[in-house]
Write a protein that binds this ligand. Structure first.
Ligand code: UD1
Length: 426
């Protein structure tokens, strides 16, 4: 059984290069299906979710291989339109393949993604948008059968700016006849990155980053070489690590314009953050201060993916901070584990109240989800003694090697991949 061991209480000093963004690469991998050609992705992170996407692409008949740090995907040989239940379960965001397969092949069959560790993960907005574009979708026994001889461009108004629905519809619209406008689109930077990729393949897409994305469909697409943007949540993780442990870290490639809600909260807490063209530097000394209420919201609001991370960094702050989780219904599962380490947190519905405490103690804790797991490592940096963080399969979905990166930043963190079964408590 694998775990990360963190020896707390050490100030950080170091530099790390931010990996490519998980949430960019997943929709871009789905979008490679549109090109019927080879696409080369630079800066593609080695992650469990990326491997799961590659398994899906391979199961559809495509080729994918890593070459000198780049990922080459050849979607020319695609000859299947069905994703197995096992592969759908492996990665909940696999619904992102629906628009791409449908758009290219006129049909797609996949199982319903169902719930995940953050609570129910409905895809009703994806499905209703595709239906408006002319898809016929039947749901039976958890299986979705979709058909569309030809998708038609139209105006789709999203009732909520869903990231996945915006991406799915953008991809589908590239293969549709006519113009599609996605209104109340999500504005996350990863959507602009998807637009960048689609344009590099020859698609006519504009507006990503605003609340209205326009796609003029039907243009033949080709392969391309594209560089994935840096991962803003990985950057937020290391900023919170520095805030938690104290010290000074440099995050090369990190872009503050993608992180302004997080850096604003950290500055309010007392961190000194400077950025330039090459990255972000963060300096923190002494105990942090509590901050104004942190309310998660669609971009450019405070990212739900950074909620657990900031909470972990503030466990030893002076004062009380209120968190309000507005995106997912079940996103406080890290709280019990942080409490084991001595964190003082009260949860009521969508609100969590953190009262800063002077001391945290190293503990044996278990990741409950991807960012919750990283948050345990962030808290462990500030705890007295050794912490043992388990449940690394969650963390591996989104970090190439979290322990390595924490070491580069000056932390005492090691990953062990065997010999701890005796501590396993189920
Ligand atoms: C993406 C990110 C995830 C991030 C989330 C919110 C990827 C691979 N994942 O997830 O890391 O936490 O954005 O920033 O990019 N919803 C519906 N119906 C739908 C779609 C969504 O009700 O059809 C709801 C969801 O249940 C959730 C909220 O909308 O409560 C936000 O979901 P969405 O923006 O779609 O997130 P994802 O794309 O799944």
């Amino acid at each position: 059984m694998s775990c990360i061991l963190v020896e707390g209480g050490k100030r950080l000093a170091g530099e790390v290069e931010i990996q490519g963004a998980k949430n960019s690469v997943l929709p871009i991998l789905a979008a490679t299906l549109l090109s019927r050609d080879t696409c080369v992705l630079r800066g593609c992170p080695h992650l469990r979710d990326v491997e799961a996407s590659l398994e899906i692409l391979r199961s559809l008949g495509c080729g994918a291989q890593w070459r000198e740090g780049c990922l080459a995907v050849d979607t020319a040989p695609m000859d299947r339109t069905e994703i197995s239940d096992a592969l759908m379960r492996e990665m909940r965001s696999s619904a992102i393949f629906l628009g791409a397969i449908l758009s290219r092949c006129g049909q797609a069959t996949l199982s319903y993604p169902g719930g995940c560790e953050l609570g129910p993960r409905p895809i009703d907005l994806h499905l209703s948008g595709l239906r408006q574009m002319g898809a016929e979708i039947e749901e039976e026994g958890g299986v979705l059968r979709c058909r569309a001889a030809r998708l038609r461009g139209c105006d789709v108004v999203l009732s909520f700016p869903s990231v996945g629905a915006t991406e799915n519809l953008m991809i589908a619209a590239c293969g549709a006849e006519g113009v599609t406008r996605i209104v109340n689109a999500a504005r996350e930077p990863e959507i602009a990155d998807l637009q960048g990729f689609l344009r590099a393949c020859g698609a006519e897409v504009s507006g990503a980053g605003s609340d209205c994305v326009t796609v003029a469909g039907g243009r033949p697409l080709h392969g391309c070489t594209y560089e994935i943007m840096p991962d803003r949540i990985a950057a937020a993780t290391y900023l919170c690590a520095a805030a938690s442990a104290g010290g000074e870290v440099r995050l090369t490639r990190a872009r503050e314009e993608h992180l302004s809600a997080v850096t604003a909260a950290l500055r309010e807490a007392g961190c000194v953050i400077e950025s330039d063209g090459g990255g972000i530097t963060c300096r923190c000394g002494g105990r942090l201060r509590a901050v104004s209420p942190v309310r998660t919201a669609p971009y450019p609001g405070f990212p739900t993916d950074a909620q657990a991370l900031l909470m972990a960094a503030l466990l030893r702050s002076r004062g009380t901070t209120v968190f309000e989780e507005n995106i997912f219904t079940s996103r406080y599962r890290h709280v019990d584990e942080l409490s084991r380490m001595g964190g003082v947190i009260r949860v009521s519905g969508r609100v969590a109240v953190v009262t800063g405490t002077e001391r945290l103690r190293g503990s044996r804790v278990r990741s409950t989800d991807l960012r919750g797991g990283a948050a345990l490592c962030v808290a462990a940096l500030a705890a007295e003694g050794t912490s043992e963080i388990r449940g690394l399969h969650h963390i591996d979905r989104g970090y190439e090697d979290l322990a390595r990166d924490l070491r580069l930043l000056g932390a005492e963190a090691v990953r062990t991949d065997s010999g701890e079964n005796q501590h396993e408590s189920g």
